[in-house]
Design a protein. Structure first.
Length: 171
Protein backbone atom coordinates (compact mmCIF):
# COMPACT_ATOMS: atom_id res chain seq x y z
CA UNK A 1 0.00 0.00 0.00
CA UNK A 2 1.57 3.27 -1.12
CA UNK A 3 0.37 6.58 0.21
CA UNK A 4 1.56 10.04 -0.72
CA UNK A 5 -0.04 11.83 2.21
CA UNK A 6 1.35 11.76 5.76
CA UNK A 7 -0.52 9.97 8.55
CA UNK A 8 -3.36 12.04 10.10
CA UNK A 9 -1.49 13.12 13.25
CA UNK A 10 1.53 14.22 11.26
CA UNK A 11 -0.68 15.98 8.71
CA UNK A 12 -2.31 17.86 11.59
CA UNK A 13 1.12 18.88 12.90
CA UNK A 14 2.32 19.91 9.43
CA UNK A 15 -0.79 22.08 9.02
CA UNK A 16 -0.39 23.97 12.31
CA UNK A 17 0.14 27.70 12.03
CA UNK A 18 3.75 28.60 12.81
CA UNK A 19 2.94 30.04 16.26
CA UNK A 20 0.99 26.88 17.20
CA UNK A 21 3.75 24.60 15.90
CA UNK A 22 6.31 26.67 17.81
CA UNK A 23 4.35 26.25 21.04
CA UNK A 24 3.83 22.52 20.45
CA UNK A 25 7.51 21.95 19.72
CA UNK A 26 8.57 23.91 22.81
CA UNK A 27 6.52 21.40 24.81
CA UNK A 28 8.68 18.67 23.28
CA UNK A 29 12.05 20.40 23.76
CA UNK A 30 12.82 23.79 25.27
CA UNK A 31 15.96 24.43 23.20
CA UNK A 32 15.14 27.22 20.75
CA UNK A 33 17.72 25.94 18.23
CA UNK A 34 16.02 22.51 18.18
CA UNK A 35 12.58 24.09 17.75
CA UNK A 36 13.78 26.30 14.86
CA UNK A 37 15.29 23.31 13.07
CA UNK A 38 12.11 21.27 13.44
CA UNK A 39 9.99 24.17 12.21
CA UNK A 40 12.26 24.45 9.16
CA UNK A 41 11.85 20.72 8.48
CA UNK A 42 8.08 20.98 8.08
CA UNK A 43 6.22 19.58 6.30
CA UNK A 44 7.44 16.05 6.99
CA UNK A 45 6.17 13.27 4.74
CA UNK A 46 6.52 10.55 7.37
CA UNK A 47 6.92 10.24 11.10
CA UNK A 48 10.37 8.77 10.41
CA UNK A 49 11.25 12.00 8.58
CA UNK A 50 10.14 13.96 11.66
CA UNK A 51 12.29 11.73 13.91
CA UNK A 52 15.26 12.13 11.55
CA UNK A 53 14.87 15.91 11.67
CA UNK A 54 14.73 15.73 15.47
CA UNK A 55 17.81 13.52 15.65
CA UNK A 56 19.74 15.86 13.35
CA UNK A 57 18.66 18.91 15.34
CA UNK A 58 19.62 17.23 18.63
CA UNK A 59 23.03 16.27 17.23
CA UNK A 60 23.70 19.93 16.38
CA UNK A 61 22.83 21.36 19.80
CA UNK A 62 25.62 23.27 21.52
CA UNK A 63 26.29 22.97 25.24
CA UNK A 64 24.28 26.14 25.78
CA UNK A 65 21.39 24.65 23.79
CA UNK A 66 21.58 21.45 25.85
CA UNK A 67 21.51 23.48 29.07
CA UNK A 68 18.47 25.36 27.75
CA UNK A 69 16.70 22.05 27.08
CA UNK A 70 17.67 20.57 30.45
CA UNK A 71 16.48 23.63 32.36
CA UNK A 72 12.92 22.73 31.37
CA UNK A 73 13.19 19.21 32.83
CA UNK A 74 12.35 18.73 36.50
CA UNK A 75 14.62 16.56 38.65
CA UNK A 76 13.85 12.85 38.68
CA UNK A 77 11.43 12.13 41.49
CA UNK A 78 10.02 15.64 41.50
CA UNK A 79 7.81 16.14 38.44
CA UNK A 80 6.40 19.63 38.09
CA UNK A 81 2.92 20.01 39.59
CA UNK A 82 0.35 20.18 36.83
CA UNK A 83 2.79 18.79 34.24
CA UNK A 84 1.31 15.50 33.03
CA UNK A 85 4.25 14.83 30.68
CA UNK A 86 6.89 14.84 33.42
CA UNK A 87 4.61 12.86 35.77
CA UNK A 88 3.99 10.25 33.05
CA UNK A 89 7.67 10.07 32.08
CA UNK A 90 8.76 9.67 35.70
CA UNK A 91 6.00 7.29 36.71
CA UNK A 92 8.61 4.76 37.84
CA UNK A 93 9.23 6.98 40.86
CA UNK A 94 5.54 7.44 41.68
CA UNK A 95 5.31 4.53 44.10
CA UNK A 96 8.93 4.52 45.21
CA UNK A 97 9.56 4.04 48.91
CA UNK A 98 10.59 7.07 50.96
CA UNK A 99 14.17 5.79 51.25
CA UNK A 100 14.58 5.63 47.48
CA UNK A 101 13.02 9.09 47.10
CA UNK A 102 15.45 10.51 49.68
CA UNK A 103 18.38 8.81 47.96
CA UNK A 104 17.32 10.22 44.58
CA UNK A 105 17.14 13.70 46.07
CA UNK A 106 20.70 13.36 47.39
CA UNK A 107 21.96 11.91 44.10
CA UNK A 108 20.21 14.63 42.07
CA UNK A 109 21.87 17.30 44.21
CA UNK A 110 25.30 15.64 43.91
CA UNK A 111 24.87 15.39 40.15
CA UNK A 112 23.79 19.02 39.87
CA UNK A 113 26.74 20.12 42.01
CA UNK A 114 29.18 18.21 39.80
CA UNK A 115 27.77 19.03 36.36
CA UNK A 116 25.83 22.26 36.92
CA UNK A 117 22.56 20.97 35.47
CA UNK A 118 19.72 18.60 36.20
CA UNK A 119 20.26 14.85 35.76
CA UNK A 120 18.57 13.99 32.47
CA UNK A 121 17.55 10.45 31.64
CA UNK A 122 14.82 9.07 29.43
CA UNK A 123 12.83 7.79 32.40
CA UNK A 124 9.93 6.34 30.41
CA UNK A 125 9.63 2.69 31.37
CA UNK A 126 12.35 2.81 34.03
CA UNK A 127 11.80 1.81 37.64
CA UNK A 128 12.88 4.06 40.47
CA UNK A 129 15.79 1.72 41.13
CA UNK A 130 16.92 1.88 37.50
CA UNK A 131 16.85 5.69 37.61
CA UNK A 132 18.84 5.65 40.85
CA UNK A 133 21.39 3.25 39.37
CA UNK A 134 21.73 5.45 36.27
CA UNK A 135 22.50 8.60 38.25
CA UNK A 136 24.94 6.68 40.48
CA UNK A 137 26.79 5.37 37.43
CA UNK A 138 26.82 8.69 35.59
CA UNK A 139 28.18 10.63 38.56
CA UNK A 140 31.54 9.06 37.70
CA UNK A 141 31.57 10.47 34.17
CA UNK A 142 33.77 13.27 32.94
CA UNK A 143 31.78 16.36 31.86
CA UNK A 144 32.46 15.78 28.14
CA UNK A 145 31.19 12.20 28.35
CA UNK A 146 28.16 13.30 30.35
CA UNK A 147 27.15 15.91 27.77
CA UNK A 148 27.13 13.23 25.07
CA UNK A 149 24.98 10.97 27.26
CA UNK A 150 22.64 13.90 27.96
CA UNK A 151 22.38 14.53 24.21
CA UNK A 152 21.45 10.86 23.63
CA UNK A 153 18.89 10.86 26.46
CA UNK A 154 17.37 14.13 25.22
CA UNK A 155 17.04 12.62 21.75
CA UNK A 156 15.12 9.65 23.21
CA UNK A 157 12.83 11.96 25.20
CA UNK A 158 12.20 14.15 22.15
CA UNK A 159 11.21 11.12 20.06
CA UNK A 160 8.73 9.94 22.71
CA UNK A 161 7.23 13.41 22.99
CA UNK A 162 7.06 13.82 19.20
CA UNK A 163 5.26 10.48 18.96
CA UNK A 164 2.64 11.82 21.38
CA UNK A 165 2.43 15.08 19.46
CA UNK A 166 1.59 13.37 16.18
CA UNK A 167 -0.49 10.55 17.64
CA UNK A 168 -3.98 10.24 16.18
CA UNK A 169 -6.47 11.53 18.69
CA UNK A 170 -9.20 9.11 19.68
CA UNK A 171 -12.74 10.37 19.13
Amino acid sequence: MTSTSPPPGLARFNALAEHAALAALHEVCAADAWVRRLLAARPCATVDDLYAASDAATAELTRADLREAMAAHPPIGRPRPGDPASAREQSGMAGAPDGLRAEMLELNLAYQDKFGHVFLVCATGLTGEQMRDAVRERLGNAPEREYEIVRTELGKINRIRLARLVAVEED
